[in-house]
Design a protein around this ligand. Structure first.
Ligand SMILES: [Zn+2]
Ligand SMILES: [Zn+2]
Length: 374
């Protein structure tokens, strides 16, 4: 399991300020462009991942509370895997495009977006989604809404009224302009993208009035998201092509999951934990008691002589693994309750019991004495 605090050389519970300081130091140290460490890239990614969680108040709190649920996340994160056209992937991919606060382009760093660097792709979008304990355990469908940059519909993203365009005069339709720079060493020429047509070579005859020639507008967008059974805090759902639109294509939408606490059940990955009170007599004599499970009540047999704090396992009564069909278990901890108030009748019975216990003790010490002599 990953220990984000350890990754950042911090002690558990360190403040966000300390996290930021440690991150700056380590990101510099392991940045693959500069580091000579043999595992620089791996280390760097670990540091970034730890930072993403611990620098965010909400996520940090979740991590501090749930800690272990981040196990899923670990080992699945990475850059490989999902091709175009999959509309609804489930993955644990880091949302590096959303990553802010440090001036590092992670896309470029790992060669992911290099090819497309000059094209105008929409940005990835991250939305947080908080689920009820049961929604995460059983899966559901939720709606997320966000301000999405989309292609303007009257001009179909061209920025030109009725889509009418003409050749850009600045670059002569080339899309690129030659720039001259005078320096003490002579005149240097360089090529640059034409500003007027953004490299398209064409500009609007008349600007579209809806988007003011921009081609893109911001629209409140609602989307239904299918939540798979067994999802947990820190998991991400990626909806390919549902992020902001650009002129050449749309980015992805990342839905970052947070799961609320439950009054009865505590969750550790796919296992759930609950505590139930039992009476002194039930613990001493044994009993069959009703216990809560995720899918209603179940009977639990408690053997005679059960001590307080004993844990029983209900096999397969936990949560489904998000990417397999197997289920976790439920663990029930029994707490033997001592009555705070007793009735007259109960007091009499308990007094008798006490007398019996005293006799048993006396008999025991008598036998020990006698036996000790032999
Ligand atoms: Zn131009
Ligand atoms: Zn328009």
């Amino acid at each position: 399991m990953s220990d984000y605090y350890k990754t950042l050389d911090l002690t558990k519970g360190a403040s966000i300020d300390e996290v930021k300081k440690a991150y700056k130091k380590l990101a510099k140290k392991y940045h693959p462009d500069v580091s000579t460490h043999p595992e620089a890239e791996k280390k760097f990614k670990e540091v970034v991942e730890a930072y993403q969680v611990l620098s965010d108040t909400e996520k940090k709190q979740n991590y501090d509370n749930y800690g272990d649920s981040y196990k899923n996340f670990q080992g699945h994160s990475g850059f490989s895997g999902f091709g175009q056209g999959q509309r609804m992937d489930f993955d644990f991919e880091d949302i590096f495009n959303q990553f802010s606060g440090m001036n590092i382009d992670l896309g470029d760093l790992f060669g992911r977006r290099k090819q497309k660097a000059r094209q105008d792709y929409g940005q990835n979008v991250k939305v947080n989604l908080t689920l009820l304990f049961k929604e995460a355990a059983f899966g559901t469908e939720k709606e997320v809404s966000f301000d999405r940059i989309t292609k303007c519909s009257p001009c179909k993203g061209t920025g030109a009224e009725n889509g009418k365009v003409k050749t850009c005069k600045t670059c002569g339709g080339n899309g690129r302009v030659i720039r001259q720079q005078r320096t003490p060493f002579g005149v240097f020429q360089s090529q640059a993208t034409c500003h007027d047509c953004r490299g398209e070579g064409k500009i609007a005859e008349k600007k579209c009035t809806k988007c003011n020639g921009n081609g893109l507008i911001t629209k409140k967008t609602k989307l239904k998201v299918k939540i798979p059974e067994g999802i947990n805090t820190a998991n991400h759902l990626r909806l390919s092509g549902k992020g902001h639109e650009g002129r050449d294509g749309a980015g992805d939408l990342y839905v970052v999951i947070f799961v609320d606490k439950h009054d009865i059940f505590k969750r550790d990955e796919v296992d759930v934990y609950a505590e139930i009170p039992i009476s002194f007599t039930e613990s001493a004599l044994g009993a069959t008691v009703e216990v809560p499970t995720l899918k209603g009540k179940a009977d639990l047999k408690i053997p005679a002589g059960t001590q307080t704090g004993t844990i029983f396992r209900l096999k397969g009564k936990g949560i489904k693994h998000v990417n397999s069909s197997s289920h976790g278990d439920e663990y029930i901890k029994v707490i033997v309750e001592t009555p705070k108030k007793v009735s007259k009748k109960q007091r009499e019975l308990l007094a008798k019991l006490e007398k019996e216990e005293q006799l048993a003790k006396k008999r025991k010490s008598f036998f020990e004495k006698v036996l000790g002599k032999f």
